[in-house]
Write a protein that binds this ligand. Structure first.
Ligand code: MG
Length: 165
């Protein structure tokens, strides 16, 4: 059995008149995150973790923010495209652990919805998908409620010789 891990990090800034999307779920809040796509910081960190595990670069290389096709794109489509690369190479997701770093809004009411949506996008059971949330005790850009950050870790396995490298 071959085994890989990957890590991803991302941060986006709050802006008015934007939907707040985290892990593919719309979270009710007075502000959303701004970016070229829908700025789903958790999905971006997860895409980078998967790409990192396979040494396939980063999300900016695969989905450049200069490409008009990705303007306001649903970041779920990025994750599905990355998962195609994972599967093509014979890998499967063992588990995923995401920490969302946000002073506001309170995310615990949406944790199970986020886990279910991620499980659906990844094609795994929700019990191997962990979504955690923390604040920064009001320190730094997160603490000033300027934006949200996310860290993701994934582990992947495949049978020896199970696909192209
Ligand atoms: Mg991003």
């Amino acid at each position: 059995m071959e085994f890989r891990v990957g890590i991803g990090f991302d941060a986006h800034r709050f802006a008015p008149n934007r939907n707040l999307k985290l892990c593919g779920v719309t979270i009710p809040y007075e502000l959303g995150l701004i970016g070229h796509s829908d700025a789903d910081v958790a999905l971006h960190a997860l895409c980078d973790a998967l790409l990192g595990a396979l040494s396939l670069g980063d999300i900016g290389q695969h989905f450049p923010d200069t490409d008009p096709r990705y303007k306001d794109a649903d970041s779920s489509t990025f994750l599905l495209a990355v998962m195609s690369l994972v599967r093509e190479r014979g890998w499967q997701v063992n588990n995923v652990d995401i920490t969302i770093i946000a002073q506001a809004p309170k995310l615990s009411p949406y944790r199970d919805a986020m886990r279910s949506r991620l499980a659906e996008l990844l094609g795994v059971k929700a019990d191997v998908v962990s979504v955690k949330a923390t604040t920064t005790d009001q320190m730094g850009f997160v603490g000033r409620k300027e934006g949200i950050a996310a860290i993701a870790v994934v582990s992947l396995t495949r049978n020896e010789g199970g696909g192209k490298r």
